[in-house]
Design a protein around this ligand. Structure first.
Ligand SMILES: C[S@@+](CC[C@H](N)C(=O)[O-])C[C@H]1O[C@@H](n2cnc3c(N)ncnc32)[C@H](O)[C@@H]1O
Length: 258
């Protein structure tokens, strides 16, 4: 075994051990239970745009994007655009790597890989800032509810010519809404790619954390994932991602399509 394989083997074993470490898992959940009130997930940005995610999940999604090498990423829930810009920047790097490998010139005005984002309420200042961003040429935004049949048709049309699609769901976090999103968009996930469902963590947090929200324990993205998986054996939860992260808003939310 060469040193690279040795390192990878040790890391896999380490992650498997973390999957058994109930103490560390409980401590991580305790920490996660305390970060809602100070809005910890609002603290970060990607290339200047606020990204409402934990840094751990951003790294995990980066690993997924690198492994899958999608040509299209579909996202529901845009907010300030940080996750869209993150995805677009990863896709720009993939295009650059591919062009470099082939010895081709990369024409920045003709991006190959793209991201499509859907949000029911794209505020004017966010719309403008995203459109003015250097990554804008890779970003298509659709305003409307992600479960509106017209919006679903638009997203499917955008995906029609794509070979490898990754999906990220991060909009309204009720069970019914996420289940409807899964029905609408998970089938677009390519074999070997992921449908990532964010904020499944809600199921594991105390009920009183969400006094003014329609979601909470028993009604959230994780319950929707569990329901969806009952009739969709082509998807399975990639537990190794949960085990490596410990700190994540998406436990049971990294769904691998086989
Ligand atoms: C958690 S934020 C998204 C954060 C973003 N993905 C990021 O990482 O920065 C949730 C977004 O979902 C949007 N949203 C709520 N209900 C929606 C719906 N029915 N369809 C589409 N978007 C919706 C909200 O307007 C809000 O911008």
């Amino acid at each position: 075994m060469n040193p690279i394989e040795q390192f990878q083997k040790e890391t896999r074993e380490n992650i498997a051990r973390l999957g058994e470490d109930k103490n560390l898992q409980a401590l991580s959940l305790q920490w996660l239970s305390c970060i809602g009130a100070p809005k910890y997930t609002h603290n970060f940005s990607w290339m200047g745009r606020p990204i409402i995610q934990l840094p751990q999940d951003i790294i995990a999604i980066q690993e997924v994007i690198w492994a899958v090498k999608p040509d299209l990423i579909i996202e529901t829930g845009i907010a300030h655009g940080g996750s869209l810009v993150f995805s677009a920047s990863m896709l720009a790097l993939l295009d650059l790597c591919e062009a470099t490998e082939r010895g081709e010139f990369l024409d920045p005005s003709k991006p190959k890989r793209k991201v499509v984002g859907v949000d029911i309420d794209i505020r004017a200042h966010n719309w403008a800032a995203i459109n003015e961003h250097p990554m804008a040429s890779r970003i298509e935004m659709i305003q409307g509810s992600s479960i509106d049949p017209k919006v679903i048709r638009q997203v499917h049309a955008a995906a029609a010519s794509s070979k490898r699609v990754l999906v990220c769901l991060d909009s309204n976090h009720t069970h019914d809404h996420v289940l409807a999103e899964l029905e609408a968009y998970a089938p677009l996930t390519s074999v070997g790619s992921y449908c990532i469902v964010l904020d499944t963590l809600i199921e594991d947090l105390p009920k009183d954390i969400f006094p003014d929200r329609p979601w909470g324990p028993g009604d959230n993205p994780k319950t929707a994932v569990w329901e969806y998986l009952k009739s969709h054996p082509e998807f399975s939860i990639d537990k190794s991602i949960d085990h490596k992260l410990l700190i994540s808003v998406a436990p049971d939310g990294y769904l691998l399509r086989r």
